[in-house]
Design a protein around this ligand. Structure first.
Ligand code: HEM
Length: 512
């Protein structure tokens, strides 16, 4: 089974050459002297190594994450010690399972070089490489947020970042936004308290914050909230300490976590959940999907289900922390969404930013690849695509091999069937009323049938000359089809009209 070391070693160069190489693998003659025309120069354009080196230098950065640009991260394992199979069938949450994982901690508003101790909410984002695909929980060190609708999120972030005219952070913009957004009060109370200035990432708790869904093997759903409680205890800095650290050790949190792991002092977090039966959402005293609210621990006590430990530092910060693409839409069977309007905005936003920030094939990077076998997909090509499907695969669905059809269908849409089943799809989930969301066929009306209007067009609208031309064109366009596809074509056109099917067959077979 792929462990965290295998993941961290993917992509590492072996440096087998005794000398450096150009990017095409051929030897570099000198890292000290560029090629000149005569001893005094000038430098000439056919010094390929010089050009490559300067060009690579100019392209070292990828754009910052817009929120959460400054971060630090480490790797380790999640251990599940309790049986929660009554609530979720997710493989990573089954008792005894150990799952390789990443954690990235961050501040929200500062740029990638900003101090870790500027007062801010702190990101607490986790990636689990499960046997059913990557599962990410992208939360904060607070259990709530500033707003309850994602349409306000860009306004919020823009009020916390720099003023368009002055280029300065602006207390006026921040307070202008907060005081006009009264639902922010709960989160701003956390922010202005100790949690705005944690002493280290090791000493802060994390929260999934949103309400999520768990689904068990019987298909029963529950609402769930995640809590990650630091076993190092929670310790925060005073404002004076934080201000001093911002000047003296701006990378305090990055340095602290790195050094703790290097000396073998591995931080741990207890993994705990609150679980709410599905139907209690309707009547709970707070709206349980409102991200500005918590569920009281008295009403829904926290259950410990296991712990995680961070015990490996990144091998390469850029490849494994900058380019890790953590995303709340990375789900696995047994977990789902809730009707939280913030969460739904996030389902879109992360992969969208990652396509821009890292590139459209960011999921092919070693740090973003799942570990449960190669991705099996009809999506293909694009900038920097280096993975491709095995030779002989067809690039569309449905197809004759039926290979890779979705798990819930046969790979073929039904034709005459008037049925439109609701398929049992835990990934789609339930709405807040417990109704299962729908993945199935369009509602079919009395006369709906895939062929009927093509039949009318052929039978009632076309004259004999047009019918003959149509049959000829079809037979001509079939040139090169394999025998099985040929038979499917006859069936298809016979469904439109038996005369047409027969005529196409006649023309095609006589032309062979
Ligand atoms: C609709 C609201 C939100 C939107 C549109 C949004 C959008 C984003 C985007 C685009 C990124 C950068 C992703 C990347 O390029 O890798 C990001 C990062 C992040 N967001 Fe959000 N966000 C929202 C709300 C939240 C909330 C409510 C939380 C916490 C509960 C949160 C926690 C984080 C964290 C921790 C990161 C950094 C992930 C990492 O370490 O790579 N965000 N957000």
């Amino acid at each position: 089974m792929t462990g965290i070391d295998d993941i961290l070693n993917r992509g590492e160069r072996t440096n087998a050459h005794a000398h450096t190489t150009k990017l095409n693998g051929s030897p570099v003659q000198s890292e000290n002297h560029s090629v000149t025309s005569g001893q005094q120069g000038p430098v000439i354009l056919n010094d390929i190594h010089l050009i490559e080196k300067l060009a690579a230098f100019n392209r070292q950065v990828v754009p910052d994450r817009i929120p959460h640009a400054k971060g630090l991260g480490a790797f380790g394992e999640l251990h599940i010690t309790e049986d929660v199979s009554a609530y979720t069938k997710a493989s990573l949450f089954q008792k005894g399972t150990v799952t390789p994982m990443a954690a990235r901690f961050s501040t929200v508003a500062g740029e990638s070089g900003s101090p870790d101790t500027w007062r801010d909410v702190h990101g607490f984002a986790l990636r689990f490489w499960t046997q059913e695909g990557n599962y990410d929980i992208v939360g904060n060190n607070t259990p709530v947020f500033f707003m309850r609708d994602s349409v306000k999120f860009p306004d919020f972030i823009q009020s916390q970042k720099r003023h368009p005219a002055t280029g300065l952070r602006s207390a006026d913009m921040q307070w202008d936004f907060w005081t006009r957004t009264p639902e922010s009060a709960h989160q701003v109370t956390y922010l202005m308290g100790g949690r705005g200035t944690p002493r280290s990432a090791r000493e802060m708790n994390g929260y999934g914050s949103h309400t999520f869904q768990w689904i068990n093997a019987e298909g029963e759903a529950f609402w769930v909230k995640y809590h990650f409680i630091s076993e190092q205890g929670v310790h925060n800095l005073t404002q004076d300490e934080a201000t001093k650290a911002a000047g003296e050790t701006p990378d305090l949190h990055r340095q602290d976590l790195y050094e703790a792991i290097e000396r073998g002092d591995f931080p741990r977090w207890s993994v705990e959940v609150q679980i709410m039966p599905l139907d209690e959402a309707e009547t709970y005293r707070f709206n349980p999907f409102d991200l500005t609210k918590v569920w009281s621990k008295k009403d829904y006590p926290r259950k410990k289900i296991g712990y995680f430990e961070l015990n490996r530092n990144p091998v390469n910060f850029h490849a494994q922390i900058e380019q890790i693409a953590l995303d709340p839409s990375n789900l696995v069977p047994g977990v789902g969404f809730s009707p939280d309007k913030m969460l739904q905005g996030r389902i879109f936003a992360y992969s969208d930013q990652q396509r821009y920030r890292i590139g459209p094939n960011y999921r092919q990077l070693p740090i973003n690849q799942p570990v449960n076998g190669d991705v099996n997909t009809y999506s293909q090509n694009g900038p920097m695509a280096y993975q491709f499907n095995e030779n002989g695969s067809l690039p569309y669905s449905p197809n004759k091999t039926n290979k890779g059809a979705g798990v819930l269908d046969s790979g073929e849409t039904s034709d005459h069937s008037a049925e439109h089943p609701v398929v049992d799809d835990a990934m789609v989930g339930n709405d807040q009323h417990g109704n299962q969301l729908y993945r199935g066929q369009y509602v079919q009306h009395a006369e709906d049938d895939n062929f009927i209007q093509a039949t009318i067009l052929y039978r009632d609208v076309m004259n004999d000359e047009e019918k003959e031309e149509l049959a000829n064109n079809i037979a001509g366009a079939m040139d090169g089809v394999k025998p099985e596809t040929e038979q499917r074509c006859y069936e298809y056109w016979t469904n439109v009209h038996p005369d047409l099917g027969a005529r196409v067959k006649e023309i095609f077979t006589s032309s062979k």
